[in-house]
Design a binder for this molecule. Sequence first.
Ligand code: NDP
Ligand code: OXD
Length: 314
Amino acid sequence: MNLVLSLKSFNEPEWIDRLQALLPNRKIEGWNGGVAEPEKAEYLLAWKPDPAAFSALPNLKVIFSLGAGVDHLTSLPELPKLPLVRIVDPDLTSRMTEWVVFQTLLHHRQHLTYAAQQEAGVWNGHRQWAAKDVRVGILGLGELGLDSAKALKALGFNVAGWSRTPKDVAGIESFSGEDKLEPFLNRTDILVNLLPSTPATHKLVNAERLAMLPHTGALGGPVYINAGRGATQDEAAIDAALTSGQLKGASLDVFAIEPLVEASPLWQQKNCIITPHVAAESDPQALSEYVAQQIKGFERGDALENLVDLDVGY
Ligand code: NDP
Ligand code: OXD
């Protein structure tokens, strides 16, 4: 019944202390500090883990991803076929919605233009269109996409979503499956990407798809926003689209390689806002309680929640 943590770029000792307070009757160890009794480890809490942990801990029963995304695990050939639980947490969801709404409003209310004008000491108002005239399209209508969609809808935007399976959500048009991607893009002024990284979503946002976004909308050109995963987009195509004017603006929180390399031309794009994968950085206490509750529930015989479907990869 022991829990082992293998966490890259997190403070492992702090996470051990926090979880130990919530699960006082078990041994909690950090992979990096050495595991004294590997055969007693039944749970692994992982973020970009050392793949050697899988074979070294032969009696694992459940793996927990310390994130909503699981590509850091599903991309590892060594990942055992065990129940994989991901984070679904209201605090994480609302932080993501804040980021998506903030970036959408920033482009909608022409903030980049006004920020440049302020720097030049220019007082010049521009015509402002209504939110109802802006068509937002959300790639991925799951836990995060749906919450963002509802918040944007409440602000008056014309919102649609694209997902693998159809959705029935009041006021939000649903597109699903590969054959509906083109019509979805054709009606989208602000494209928000909240897709997981899987083989099916790899570089899904490419030059061809960006060219499907219309120039007929109120903004005068499409905007692309991504806080899902960098692997789902072609960064060179985004850079080229910003340079050519096919894209009017972008907000990017995630990249294929993080940190974004110094040589990336995206840093120099005036109309591209870059944040360092912080869209939904979450409360460690809330996430620890989530993991502890799931372990206690599992041992009482309850079903694990938010299990990943390893066949589809998310
Ligand atoms: P969910 O699994 O709840 O939702 C994923 C959505 O994507 C679903 O609507 C799913 O469709 C859709 N989808 C997946 N594959 C395809 C496909 N091939 N074609 C069409 N639609 C597809 O995930 P979350 O909403 O919780 O999280 C989404 C992602 O956000 C995470 O995987 C992670 O990568 C990222 N993330 C980023 C953070 C950040 O700070 N930047 C923080 C947290 C998460 P369907 O509904 O039909 O299954
Ligand atoms: C996540 C993330 O997947 O922070 O939770 O990217």
